[in-house]
Design a protein. Structure first.
Length: 94
């Protein structure tokens, strides 16, 4: 079905992909806290707000949407995060 040349090419492609997947360095990121929501309206629209972007939170989702704003508008927000970490060591200590 395949010629020997195309078979070799397919094998080389598969080997190249396998090599890349197995030996490519992966990014190691910390498990920090991420709060990606910038506005209640955008959160309520499941981030489908990007195309509409007509309130001050547009500066995060789509800065070009700021051209749709009338007058001076201000947006403020507050997040309170209280992380709690717990580790049970093998020695039995907390």
């Amino acid at each position: 079905m395949f010629s020997s040349r195309s078979t070799r090419l397919i094998r080389r492609c598969i080997a190249g992909i396998a090599f890349t997947v197995l030996f490519a360095p992966l990014a190691a990121r910390g498990g920090g806290i991420e709060v990606p929501m910038q506005g209640a309206r955008a959160s309520g629209q499941a981030d489908a707000f990007t195309a509409q972007a007509d309130d001050p939170s547009a500066i995060f989702y789509n800065p070009a949407g700021l051209t749709q704003l009338r007058g001076t508008q201000i947006s403020a927000g507050l997040y309170f995060l209280q992380p709690e970490f717990h580790l049970d060591a093998d020695s039995g200590a907390d």
